[in-house]
Design a protein around this ligand. Structure first.
Ligand code: SF4
Ligand code: ZN
Length: 261
């Protein structure tokens, strides 16, 4: 298996993997979007709330605030070996929120009892308080996975087959139709045939093949065992951490299956 990083940013990573089956590519994609442990607010206990929003609406908004947390440190609360599921510092983090109007309450107003766990962004509005309005609550964040609730989703992950584009110089009359029709700017005009300048951007849409028409000078297909993955984090975990954890989870699943056989 060969892996090559094509692009890496703070929130996104694009890489190619050569030598895996489509089933394995899909297993990795599914784990990335639904099985990576993510911390989010699960329980909210209101002491006071005379704002314009119901408790349930505020609790829902709090749940959707992405949290920054250290990976591999916390246990799932349900299976926590320390507390047996009651809730303890090994499996949960408690936030408090106390604000009086007039003001807008932001995610950054949440005070955590663990300095390593905090909202990823401080500027997410939660509720607007008018003069005399007050909110006071305690919120408990725990680990969960995207399969149980969208608030625990780690990433948006997709893959495509690695593109292969062949241009037959004998059939190509260099009309430029493929250059202008391509939505991904894959080609540039050459002296006797179009040049491929950005192969990995190709999304296999076949618009160039259709534009070429009866000349049939272009052939586009995807490699069957080579893929380009794009992973965008929507959580407090960096994208490369999500990929690494997905590989570990897949490996563990395979080992568990081997034990059963
Ligand atoms: S298949 Fe689509 S994206 Fe790929 S080169 Fe042709 S027109 Fe461009
Ligand atoms: Zn615990």
């Amino acid at each position: 298996m060969k892996i090559k990083i094509l692009e890496k940013g703070e929130n996104e990573i694009t890489f190619s993997v050569d030598g895996i089956s489509v089933e394995m590519a899909n297993a990795l994609r599914r784990i990335m979007i639904s099985e990576i442990p993510i911390m989010a607010i699960e329980d909210v206990y209101f002491k006071d709330n005379n704002s314009a929003l119901f408790d349930e609406v505020i609790a829902h908004r709090l749940g959707l605030i992405p949290l920054k947390f250290p990976p591999g440190v916390f246990e799932f609360r349900d299976t926590c070996k320390v507390c047996g599921g009651k809730g303890c510092p090994s499996c949960q983090v408690i936030f408090t929120l106390e604000k009086e109007g007039p003001c807008t309450v932001y995610s950054g107003d949440l005070k955590s009892n663990n300095e390593e766990v905090k909202p990823l962004y401080d500027n997410m509005p939660i509720v607007k308080l008018e003069e005399g309005q007050k909110i006071s609550l305690e919120a408990v964040a725990i680990l969960g996975i995207g399969r149980t609730h969208i608030k625990y989703k780690a990433a948006i992950s997709s893959y495509k087959n690695y593109p292969v584009i062949k241009i037959d110089t004998k059939k190509c009359d260099n009309c430029g139709a493929c250059v202008s029709v391509c939505p991904k700017d894959v080609f540039e005009k050459g002296s006797n045939k179009p040049k491929i300048k950005n192969l990995e951007a190709c999304n296999l849409c076949n618009a160039c093949v259709e534009a070429c028409g009866d000349k049939k000078a272009i052939e586009v297909k995807g490699e069957e065992d080579k893929f380009i993955f794009k992973v965008e984090t929507v959580s407090g975990l960096p994208p490369e951490e999500i990929v690494l954890q997905a590989c570990d989870i897949l490996e563990k699943k395979v080992k568990d299956l081997q034990k059963e056989l």
